[in-house]
Design a protein around this ligand. Sequence first.
Ligand code: ADP
Ligand code: MG
Length: 696
Amino acid sequence: MENKLSTLPFDWFSEVSILKGVGPKTSEKLAKLGIQTWGDLLLHCPSRYEDRTQLTKIAQVTLEKWVVVQGEISQIKIEGKHKKRALITIEDDTAALNLLFFNFHPSQFKNFKVHAKLRCFGQVTVSNHQWQMIHPECDAALMPLPQSLTPIYPSVAGLSQSFMRRQIQSLLQQMPVQPTDCFAQKLTTLVSMPSLAQALSTIHYPLPSDDIEALHQRTHLAYQRLIYEELLTHQISLVRLKNEAQLKKRMPFDFKQDIIQQFLQDLPFELTAAQKRVWQEIKKDLLRTMPMMRLIQGDVGCGKTVVAALAALMSITNKYQVALMAPTEILAEQHHIQFKTWFDKLGFRCELLTSKLSKKAKCNILENITLGLTDLVIGTHALFQEDVLFKELGLVIIDEQHRFGVHQRLALGKKGEEALEPSYPHQLVMTATPIPRTLIMSQYAHLDLSIIDSKPSHRLPIITRVIPQSRRNEVIEKIKAVCANHQQVYWVCTLVEASEVLQCQAATETLALLQTTLPFTVALVHGQMDADEKEQVMQAFYQGDIAVLVATTVIEVGVNVPNATLMVIENPERLGLAQMHQLRGRVGRGNKESYCILLYKAPLSAIAKSRLELMRETQDGFVIAQADLNLRGPGEILGSRQTGALEFKIACLKRDEALLPHLHTWANFLMNELSEIEIAHMMRRWKIQASNEIVA
Ligand code: ADP
Ligand code: MG
């Protein structure tokens, strides 16, 4: 049969389904590994390598080591009816070796004959003073030994190693040896790099002389070649996003001092120095003709909302609408209440748009938005819905940004262009996650950064205690004391499974328990309740009508009730550090002493123990984020687990951290040096959407 491949020109982006030996079933399996194109297959890197390049004499093998041996078959014994067992002995000129096979298929041995030569790869062990190999890989054909190491690929059931090797090797042979590898050529002026073809050849078939440890660690230059390209392509896409945004023009806002002054005067506090600084940064952006794209980073409780309100006022006083997007309904509702108290008296209209509104109410709100009667719309993902048509959208604010996917964020930005009178809206995104600086530069290169680096000065530290569940009674006593003092309490139930349903069950049980033991109002809020119910409970809690709020982790982000001074977190050992920090940030928001009790289930593993201790010792979100980064990798911190925002094929922000500081300069350099087509190719290769597709 003619090789399908040999008749086709090599094309990185051809579908794997047209390869010889790849039918629809196999294509599906490959897709599970994220492999759709020939290029994807080439970028499917081995997880490790085996050295099968040397033949070892049987007498010279080291026990437990993986080796290739070869000898003549001296006996073949097949035993047992049901529990089959095959024992084959081979001998070379130094010694004999037993090969053992269990549960085999008879056809497996049809080529094995006494006196025939056999080559085996396996691990030698001793049994009854005899040397043996259990289930070695055998080959009766005695081809020349390979000259390179043998790659072992990550795979799924039904895709054998030999299939993967055959396909990848055949593609490597098809790949032009001297492709015009502009990326490597240009980059060579900065760092020396092998071409893509060279790098892939080393990655799939390294020579025994290559540094195997470096290959395993992916610090080998061959891997670095791919990692640089992936990171730089990503960086280029972000820089372009920014450049394109800056080309868009819009009318600069005027600074309406009277209204802003009045808003500030009505606040029950003065802005902190950090808030003032960030407000000035935002104001400066908004007075320009190009759209703002700014990220506000600030630890929980530092006061980001009021800064966002100032930005919103700039837009509204210039007769442009504002959209504020929050990741949960509870937070959206809370913002709605907060912004209404601020804006109603200034004569500006705020509306809450959630997915659970009645049809009629929703129609009403949508009409008001389109007519421009609504100045500020607050909502969750409902804001992305296509039927939301703004009259003139001037600013998009995204709270707790790391909770959203890149595409959701950008979809909202598009609303400005779809508006009745299209304009390119300013964008302000806020996050409480203290992201290490290098990560910011790589992940948010398209945003300018403002940091609120201090908290309002009257805040007292939150006292954190780590207590086993066997001392639950003491915790109940503490709750009684706090409530008797007219302060409020959160009791957070967590479970390993992210399943809301199970969390709700646990929370319902806790509610029953607390209701019978506490002489105060206890209520429950969880994600399965409908919006009205949730709002009622939250409203009652804000107003102080509820003393103890039992909740699932739905209250993790944003919720702000300064009179709540005690938080109990049940099973905290099941949460990530950053998540615990977020939760704990719900208390300590006023000027009273606050407590957080981590009520763990004994026994704790050593790691779990040290994590809870870290929580007790520090309240510095940055230290906690760094620890989370070390423990669990950047995906957790940036929330990509939920959003898929940070999935690299080969690069790893933690391992490759040393490269990050160079990315910006190098990306700018390459953008000038490479052609559009080359850049487009790189984007496709790494599956990064071209910037003009995702730019808002
Ligand atoms: P976060 O940054 O976590 O979103 P919020 O904006 O919800 O924090 O603010 C937390 C609490 O601090 C709110 O009750 C808010 O009113 C209050 N707050 C904000 N700024 C100040 C300030 N400068 N002085 C005192 N309290 C403030
Ligand atoms: Mg907030």
